[in-house]
Design a protein around this ligand. Structure first.
Ligand SMILES: Nc1ncnc2c1ncn2[C@@H]1O[C@H](COP(=O)(O)OP(=O)(O)OP(=O)(O)O)[C@@H](O)[C@H]1O
Ligand SMILES: [Mg+2]
Length: 242
């Protein structure tokens, strides 16, 4: 359904994404892991059509993004790593603002369900600036999903949230995955990846070194990773058993 073919991204003369070819099928839930600066967010931005590759092609249902971008954006929900909210608005007004700005929107029932699942109805009349980090993170997720997208791309959605907010987010995302939606998520937290993802992409230096179920990670580490060269990545992979 989504496919990268020899995708490259260069920024400030540095190859951030290096000749990546990969396929993501409808209904899959993929967890992306890798060291800081590996290119995870850049990969997700290209997938979300926020960034264009410098070479190679990204396909949605066999059609290049460049020929399909309007349709694609209706189907994709992208939740960025950076929280982007209007501090002076209340949660209610913030949601109304997005509703007006958006070309398409999920049904009122869907939006209500999401607000309740994330507990946002409790802070509906509060100003964004008065909310703690966890609430802001949940509202940020809500913002990217108001149009009830089939493909959900999340960049560290549980970063800095307390355990209750994390539970709300994970339960909601799991239910969406069970209903058939495609989820692609970046996280540094193995419990998040283990709970939500059927398959894992390991990124390092702009390359996808591994794609597959977590059960195959031990073998990958043994066969492919050099103890000296891949110290950081090995540390990350070993954390999953803690
Ligand atoms: N706009 C930009 N201009 C120049 N370099 C950039 C830009 N955006 C990202 N980079 C560089 O690209 C590399 C990959 O960045 P990216 O944000 O994709 O990494 P990441 O894997 O998401 O890291 P993290 O885990 O810290 O979020 C980094 O070296 C970063 O400095
Ligand atoms: Mg990132």
């Amino acid at each position: 359904m989504l496919q990268f073919e020899n995708v490259e991204k260069i920024m400030k003369k540095k190859r951030i994404i290096k000749n990546v070819s990969v396929q993501i099928n409808k209904g899959e839930s993929i967890g992306i892991v890798g060291p800081n600066g590996a290119g995870k967010s850049t990969f997700l931005k290209i997938l979300a059509s926020v960034l264009k590759p410098d070479s190679g092609t990204v396909f949605y249902n066999g059609v290049p993004y460049s020929k399909n971008v309007q349709d694609l954006r209706k189907q994709i929900g992208y939740i960025p790593q950076e929280i982007a909210l209007f501090e002076e608005l209340t949660v209610k007004d913030q949601i109304h603002f997005w509703k007006k700005a958006a070309k398409n929107m999920g049904s009122p029932t869907y939006i209500l369900e999401m607000l309740h699942a994330l507990g946002l109805h409790h802070v509906y009349h509060q100003k964004v600036k008065a909310l703690s980090g966890g609430w802001k993170r949940k509202l940020n997720v809500c913002a990217g999903m108001l149009h009830n997208p089939d493909i959900i791309l999340l960049d560290e959605p549980t970063a800095g949230v307390d355990l209750a907010a994390k539970d709300d987010l994970l339960t909601w995302l799991k239910s969406l995955h069970k209903s058939g939606k495609t989820i692609i998520l970046i996280s540094h937290e193995w419990d998040v990846i283990n709970y939500l993802s059927d398959s894992i992409f390991v990124l390092q230096n702009g390359e996808i070194l591994f794609e597959g179920p977590s059960e195959q990670l031990d073998q990958f580490e043994k066969d492919q990773l050099d103890l000296e060269e891949n110290q950081e990545l090995i540390k990350i992979l070993r954390q999953r058993k803690r």
